[in-house]
Design a binder for this molecule. Structure first.
Ligand code: BGC
Length: 755
């Protein structure tokens, strides 16, 4: 059996592998000359010329993967032998010079690489990327991913992920870019734009309202149109506009009663008509639940199998249930995307990945995305010259850093240093999805290198008393606390698992000079927050996590990350205090018969009876909920400390078609640092909106004492609301407050303007 996530089978990887194994990828031969080879023609014209040559079977071949079995087993013959990853493969048509589609997940690195034992850079999680609030860095990440995909022979990526985190216990929070549509859409857009520039077909997922993984294929997300358009779908709209992404992956769940992959409102009315999306819609793996309904609603490609879009689609076309014009449109969308992205003219040429460049981008991402949440009495940065003893406790910090699991798992280079119990590894489902894998970048080693004069000792933290004893004997204690997330599960709750809260309390009681470094996928509760003087949220830190964390703790890098999600004080404060999962089956609630989701994949989808989740909070998603409900939070959206301080002054706002917001930020401290200045708008009361929304930001680097004037353009689209009655966007006349500052709850500058 070929298991997709080889991080979980722990192949021993070499750092710079030989490229001989895939030096020639059949189906990717350089293009010969055909009428559609003419680059002066538009992608649409080129696609139409190809379509004229296709038989019905060939058309159908473009619209599905090879089948579950083909993906799971190592095929011995046929086109499947050309697949370089089991994640996704669609054979091309060699006689017409149309390449295979070789797909890989790429949310936190090129995860498909590991299946052939190849090395790929393990990046920090998407939440860490978002916490950097840096579009230029997102572009750099996309460039790195694009190069690595090409180096391995992939020509289509299955990432970025976008989701408004309506359910913070979602096991895939680490795969997403935070709870604000502008932040998530902008950053995803830059990443995908960079990949496309390197001739990769890009994809954005999971469309839409796919906020929990527990029961993901039987859950029905109930949500109002306006809330969806202004938040969940808006994030996709922004990402698509910025990136020219070629594919959108529809999600497993139903939206208002209809599967996302057969939902004509989200797929056709919104995505294809309103957003003007010209690429193709691909189903999440096993997310296609019908043939005619799905095809007519707007789904173009079924993955990874052919249960609905193989023979059944052919029959539906022959029988007239799916008109030939729609079939041609589906094929046209795939082909025009292939030409538009450049994968026909410029196929990838396998080579060794640039490991050092990957290291650089991974480290930079972590250094810019880690968020300093608390720093009482300047506990941080640590002084390397004067420190004599350090206790490092917990989180397997002696061997590595936590990573997120599931399809986005990048195989740990050198194997997982924390091998899970054999019973998990011998089970195809748990080895595939749920095992905790660490990247080999040990904070312990990096901290030892930073403080050569200090005695640095490690305690695993399993025994609270022994950890406290070590902390008592040391000048400083650093507790590494982890919370594992994976596709295929949700978190039971937002508390740190196991004994970690008790551990932190015991260590802090033993040594008040305690620092907590969190490696979490999203928000965590912190009952000990007032006792611990310094807290650094490091997310899943990636292959250079150790050195990056050490640089931040010792002040070689000044923290500049800001939270892309709210950290609540308790689960009782969430819009949905109770996490919902599929109910137990009974006579009235049977387990539905689903298409194409057998065996272990079915388990991963959490199959049970259908159930509804009502996203009644609507527009009040993320920080907007806490603002509107006046609920205090642990740490607000946009929040993050620095080792220096910043002052804001001189706000001017020039309203217009594009409003210009200008102000000055000054570094008032002693160190160079970067500040993410955020601009929010409060709409007139008549708009019926939550108290404020993010409308722009700028990240600026400042030397000590330096001031810079910053101008943030705010387009009209950022200020409009969706009017369901007229199905259109409106600027509500009245007074708007423009508010500027360093977090959603620290906005010292305010100006009222009228529209
Ligand atoms: C995930 C997708 C992923 C696909 C291919 C599915 O299980 O939900 O996000 O792209 O697998 O690996």
């Amino acid at each position: 059996m070929k298991v997709r996530i080889t991080g979980s089978v722990f192949l021993l990887l070499v750092l710079i592998p030989s490229t001989a194994s895939i030096a020639q990828i059949p189906g990717m031969a350089p293009p010969k000359h055909f009428p559609w080879s003419d680059k002066n023609l538009s992608p649409d014209q080129r696609a139409d010329l190809v379509i004229q040559q296709l038989t019905l079977d060939e058309k159908i071949q473009f619209l599905h993967g090879l089948g579950w079995q083909a993906m799971m087993m190592q095929p011995e013959s046929g086109p499947g032998t050309r697949a370089i990853s089991a994640a996704g493969f669609i054979p091309g048509i060699p006689r017409l010079g149309i390449p295979d589609l070789q797909m890989t997940d790429s949310v936190e690195g090129v995860s498909g690489a590991g299946e052939k034992g190849r090395y790929a850079t393990a990046l920090p999680s998407a939440e860490a990327m978002a916490a950097a609030w840096d579009p230029a860095l997102s572009y750099e990440i996309g460039t790195m991913l694009g190069h690595e995909m090409r180096a391995m022979g992939f020509n289509m990526s299955l990432g970025s992920g976008i989701n408004m985190i309506r359910e913070p216990r979602d096991g895939r929070t680490f795969e997403y870019k935070g709870e604000d549509p502008l932040l998530a859409g902008t950053l995803a857009g830059q990443e995908l734009k960079a990949e496309k520039a390197l001739h990769i077909i890009t994809d954005v997922k999971h469309y839409a309202v796919n906020d929990q993984d527990a029961g993901r294929i039987v859950v029905n997300s109930i949500i109002g149109k306006r809330a969806m358009r202004e938040s969940d779908l808006m994030a996709f709209q922004i990402a698509l506009k910025d990136s020219g992404a070629g594919a959108v992956m529809c999600s497993y769940n139903r939206i208002n009663g209809t599967y996302a992959c057969e939902n004509s409102y989200t797929l056709s009315d919104v995505l294809k008509k309103d957003f003007g999306f010209k690429g193709f819609v691909v189903s999440d793996w096993g997310g296609t639940q019908s043939t005619v309904n799905a095809a007519m609603a707007g789904l173009d490609v079924e993955m990874p199998g052919n249960d609905s879009f193989g023979e059944p689609l052919k029959k539906a076309v022959e029988g007239g249930d799916v008109p030939m014009s729609r079939l041609n449109d589906m094929v046209h969308r795939v082909l025009r995307t292939e030409f538009d992205a450049g994968i026909v003219d410029d196929p990838p040429h396998p080579e060794s990945p640039n490991v050092m460049q990957g290291f650089k981008v991974a480290q930079k991402t972590e250094e810019n995305g880690a968020v300093l949440l608390r720093n009482e009495n300047s506990t941080l940065p640590l002084n390397a010259a004067s420190i004599r003893s350090i206790a490092i406790i917990g989180g397997h910090a002696n061997v590595g850093v936590m990573s997120g699991g599931g399809s986005s798992q990048v195989s740990p280079a050198g194997g997982n240093p924390v091998p899970p119990p054999p019973e998990l590894m011998n089970n195809p489902f748990t080895s595939f999805m749920l095992v905790e894998a660490y990247q080999r970048s040990a904070p312990l080693k990096a901290i030892m290198e930073k403080a050569p004069h200090a005695t640095v000792r490690y305690d695993p933290g399993t025994d609270t008393a022994s950890a406290a004893a070590l902390a008592r004997e040391s000048q400083v204690a650093i507790v590494f606390a982890v919370q594992h997330e994976s596709e295929g599960m949700d978190l039971a709750n937002l508390s740190l698992p196991g004994n970690q809260d008790a551990l932190i309390e015991a260590v802090t009681a033993a040594n008040p000079h305690t620092i907590v470094v969190l490696e979490t996928g999203g928000a965590a509760l912190m009952p000990w927050v007032d006792q611990v003087p310094a807290i650094l949220e490091a997310w899943y830190p990636g292959i250079r996590g150790g050195p990056a964390i050490a640089n931040l703790l010792f002040g070689d890098v000044n923290p500049s990350g800001k939270l892309p999600i709210t950290f609540p004080r308790s689960e009782a404060d969430l819009p949905h205090p109770t996490h919902l999962a599929p109910p137990k089956p009974d006579a009235n609630h049977p387990v539905p018969k689903l298409v194409g989701a057998p065996g272990m994949i079915g388990m991963a989808m959490g199959i049970g009876p259908f159930f509804d989740v009502h996203y009644d909070e609507g527009l009040k998603v993320g920080y907007k909920w806490y603002d509107a409900e006046k609920k205090p939070v642990l740490f607000p959206f946009g929040f993050g400390l620095s080792y220096t301080t910043f002052a804001y002054s001189g706000l001017t706002v020039n309203p217009g078609d594009s409003t210009t917001v200008s102000f000055t930020v000054k570094n008032t401290g002693q160190r160079a640092g970067a500040e993410t200045a955020q601009v929010y708008a409060s709409l007139p009361e008549a708009a019926g909106e939550p108290p404020k929304r993010l409308v722009g930001w700028s990240k600026v680097e400042l030397a000590p004492g330096e001031s810079k004037q910053i101008t943030v353009p705010v387009s009209r689209d950022r200020l409009t609301v969706f009017d369901e009655a007229s199905d259109s966007w409106k600027l509500v006349p009245g007074q708007y407050e423009i508010r500027v500052g360093g977090s959603s709850q620290n906005l010292p500058l305010t100006k009222a303007v009228s529209y």
